[in-house]
Design a protein around this ligand. Structure first.
Ligand code: ATP
Length: 362
């Protein structure tokens, strides 16, 4: 199935232009990766395909048909969707999580569970895990279940929003390999969102590099984009790839950890917020971000927060610091100690300056 964006713009009610006149065709049976720094409109673009977000103007077409023509609930049921942290229902067993869409589509329980068990094997998990609840699985296993659940829709289209960002680098590579293996058998049309250029290059048949302001900077094969970046932004974004893998081994000496303003979940927040505030729990562990201009009614709740990006554990290689900064909605990477307690934040620009000064690629 092809997916076509024709002049698609999304302006949120507060005036933010998240996607600006996007024109792009995702080819049938390919993996297309939307990549770019936090806030560049990747998620918004993805969600306009299954109408979780409606465009302000322009059209999204699936095999030539305008997605806005039908019933959005039916459309969503027919499109596999995987998100960070898998988004599993905590009170349903793994099997019932996977069987969600078949059950909604009217399959009987026995048939739906049988299919769910087959899908567990497809994603490389033992069927015994089917009886457990999501909290009884590792992060990587949960992501696999998320993929199985998305495959249960048996749709030609799979949307994946940073599905592997919350797991450690080793598991992440396993999940990437698994996705490539699955795709070689299934040949779906996959749109995959990540802020990690390394992941984009590894998985994408094509990659679309977006810049903040929701503008498509470049669309091409990974080798096109790496070898012929169209402008300075793309060059600096993909330029990191030169030594990106190497960054996994380099120490993060010279990184400046700044103070960050914090608020605590369960406590009131006075007045209107005028900058991004980091929300922590009573143990000083990060819980997410409070967006500027938000107001909190009473005590701060988890639902007031924007999910955070990946965390950087102080003392680990520099790649984690860059990842944390690039994936943070506030553009501030959260630095924690080994007990997950907040120490402060890092900025991508400063981390990149440190990286520039390192003898990479030599
Ligand atoms: N509901 C909303 N209301 C107002 N602005 C929003 C809303 N959702 C997203 N935005 C803004 O739109 C822009 C694009 O957001 P989007 O989530 O699509 O980016 P992204 O590239 O996926 O970022 P991330 O990697 O952090 O998820 C950002 O400036 C964001 O703050």
């Amino acid at each position: 199935m092809t997916i076509e964006f024709r002049g698609v713009t999304k302006r949120y009610p507060d005036g933010t232009v998240a996607v600006d006149d996007l024109n792009l065709t995702v080819e049938d049976g390919t993996i297309t990766v939307f990549v770019g720094p936090s806030g560049c409109g990747k998620t918004t673009s993805l969600r306009m395909i299954n109408r979780m977000v409606e465009p302000t103007s322009g059209t999204v077409l699936l095999d030539g048909e305008d997605v806005s023509d039908g019933d959005p609930a039916l459309l969503r049921r027919g499109i596999g969707y995987v998100i960070q942290h898998a988004g599993l229902f905590p009170h349903r067993t793994v099997l019932d999580n996977i069987a969600t869409v078949p059950l909604l589509s009217g399959w009987d329980k026995g048939k739906a569970r049988k299919r769910a068990a087959e899908l567990l094997e497809t994603v490389g998990l033992p069927t015994e895990l089917g009886k457990r609840y999501p909290a009884q699985l590792s992060g990587g296993q949960q992501q696999r279940v998320g993929v199985a659940r998305a495959l249960a829709a048996d749709s030609p289209v799979l949307l994946m929003d940073e599905p592997f960002s919350a797991v450690d680098p080793v598991v992440r590579e396993e999940l990437q390999d698994e996705l490539l293996r699955l795709q070689s058998q299934l040949g779906k049309t996959i749109v995959f969102v990540t802020h990690d250029i390394d992941e984009a290059v590894r998985l994408g048949d094509k990659i679309a590099v977006l810049r903040v302001g929701g503008v498509l900077a470049q669309y091409g094969t990974p080798s096109d984009v790496l070898r012929h970046p169209v402008d300075d932004f793309v060059a600096s974004f993909v330029g990191k790839d030169r030594g990106y893998r190497g960054l996994s081994f380099l120490p993060a000496e010279g990184i400046v950890v700044e103070e960050v303003k914090r608020v605590e979940v369960g406590k009131p927040v006075a007045g209107t917020v005028d900058e991004w505030l980091l929300a922590v729990n009573a143990e000083e562990q990060p819980r997410g971000w409070l967006r500027p201009e938000s107001t909190v009614d009473g005590e701060l709740a988890e639902t007031d927060l924007v999910a955070g990006g990946s965390l950087y554990v102080q003392g680990t290689p520099i790649r984690g610091a860059l990842d944390a900064a690039l994936s943070s909605p506030a553009s501030l990477g959260v630095v924690v100690d080994s007990g997950n307690k907040v120490l402060g934040v890092v900025r991508a620009k400063q981390v990149l300056e440190v990286i520039e000064a390192l003898p990479l690629g030599s």
